[in-house]
Design a protein around this ligand. Structure first.
Ligand code: ADP
Ligand code: MN
Ligand code: MN
Ligand code: MN
Ligand code: MN
Length: 396
């Protein structure tokens, strides 16, 4: 038995080296109850301070570090100001590298469980101004101009899961799919779009465990995530945040993206927020932004919605500039999008820039869906811009 246990050890060591990404699965993380027991032993709270690095609020540059506190704070105002080295994130020169972290939003930390928390921060320079990548306070100023409008947002975050350089479900190849003119010409590539959207089955659904685990973590954190679904391109998924009021939409979306990055990290998968990860006849990834105000939701609201659509049409170019980098690769006028160069709105029209849901048309009140934002938007910027154009003077 000594011999067999030794060979077992050798075998498992070999197996470990054979695997390119020997990561523990999330199932191996301490349960919240175990984490709580640990907490009782030391009595401390671990606060994970999260901020956005130099690439901006596009979803792929979250940074974070841990601060140990004596106890869990009851609100963000109790959290200490902190700082980080901005020269290491492309946000400050080495000679004057300190950027302050001002806690802005907190929630439970579902990875660590117990009394531990996640803290989303604004990034503040030594003169006490937010740095350019810190867009929250600008957005909040815009929302604070007309809180009586009670703006609601529902954001549909689409994303693509990559493993070993290709989207999940795509064959591993020495040539990246980007380099292949028509993926359909290659044996083993997924067949044309059609069977993947909201699909069930091993041959049509790729990466569900990540999507499910992410939803569970968001709910444990207390984030307002309303649903998940498989998307039109294989390896692509969506989660929805909202409806959230004003600035909360950006807070919850950034925090949910951070958790998606963490869940993918633990499982050896890379999440891409690129608006068009695979060129050609494959759907891109967007962040449809559903929007309503108190007046739009009340009787006669359809007229307010149509007015807002007209205003959005007049400001199309201004919005497109802030609706995600590389969005011109996605808004081609095919694959359920309208062309980036023109604006139209319509009832139940998935080829329009703005879709008015059929129920909203029927009821004469409700909400609208701006289908233009790309998956890599900064949600603070987009939600505040829509508010400014539709409800304020539109001069931001
Ligand atoms: P789709 O049919 O476009 O895929 P989803 O169900 O994915 O729609 O997303 C719809 C989003 O709209 C959800 O996030 C939901 O919270 C949001 N929503 C619903 N009602 C409103 C409203 N009155 N105002 C703003 N957002 C809303
Ligand atoms: Mn140090
Ligand atoms: Mn959707
Ligand atoms: Mn979608
Ligand atoms: Mn949609």
């Amino acid at each position: 038995s000594l011999l067999s246990s030794r060979s077992l050890t050798l075998k498992s060591a070999a197996a470990r080296h054979a695997s390119p990404l020997p990561r523990p699965s999330l199932a191996a993380r301490p349960s919240p109850r175990f984490a709580a027991a640990l907490r009782m032993a030391h009595g401390k709270c671990r606060a994970e301070y999260i901020w956005i690095g130099g690439r901006g609020g596009c979803g792929d540059d979250y940074r974070s570090k841990t601060r140990v506190l004596d106890k869990r704070p009851t609100s963000v105002s109790e959290l200490p100001l902190w700082n980080y080295d901005g020269s290491s994130t492309g946000q400050a020169p080495g000679g004057d590298s300190e950027i302050y972290l001002q806690p802005a939003f907190m929630c439970a930390d579902p990875m660590r469980g117990g009394d531990n928390i996640l803290v989303l921060c604004e990034m503040i320079d030594p003169k006490n101004n937010p740095i350019p990548t810190s867009t929250r306070s600008v957005a909040k100023k815009i929302f604070d101009q007309a809180p009586e409008e009670e703006p609601w947002y529902g954001i549909e975050q689409e994303y693509t899961l990559f493993q070993d350089g290709v989207p999940m479900g795509w064959p591993k190849s020495t040539a990246r799919p980007f380099d292949i003119p028509s993926p359909l010409m290659q044996f083993g590539y997924p067949g044309p779009q059609g069977p993947y959207y909201c699909a069930v089955g091993h041959d049509v659904s790729f990466g569900r465990l990540i999507c499910e685990e992410h939803l569970e973590l968001c709910l444990e954190a207390g984030l307002n995530v309303g649903g998940i679904n498989g998307e039109v391109m294989p390896g692509q998924w969506e989660f929805q945040v909202g409806p959230c009021v004003g600035i909360e939409a950006g807070d919850h979306l950034h925090m949910a993206r951070f958790l998606l990055q963490r869940v993918c990290e633990e499982n050896g998968v890379i999440v891409s927020f690129d608006p068009k990860p695979i060129p050609g006849n494959w759907n891109g990834a967007g962040c449809h932004t559903n929007f309503s105000t108190k007046k739009m939701r009340a009787d006669g609201g359809l007229k307010v919605i149509l007015d807002a659509c007209e205003k959005l049409g007049k400001n199309h170019e201004k919005h497109i500039r802030l609706y995600g980098e590389g969005n011109e690769r996605r808004l081609t006028g095919t694959c359920e999008t309208n062309s980036i160069d023109n604006f139209k709105y319509g009832v139940a029209d998935r080829g329009a820039s703005i879709r008015i849901p059929r129920f909203t048309d029927r009821d004469g009140k409700g909400y609208m869906e701006d289908r233009r934002p790309a998956s890599n938007i900064d949600p603070y910027v987009v939600t505040a811009l829509i508010f400014d154009t539709c409800c304020l003077k539109g001069d931001t």
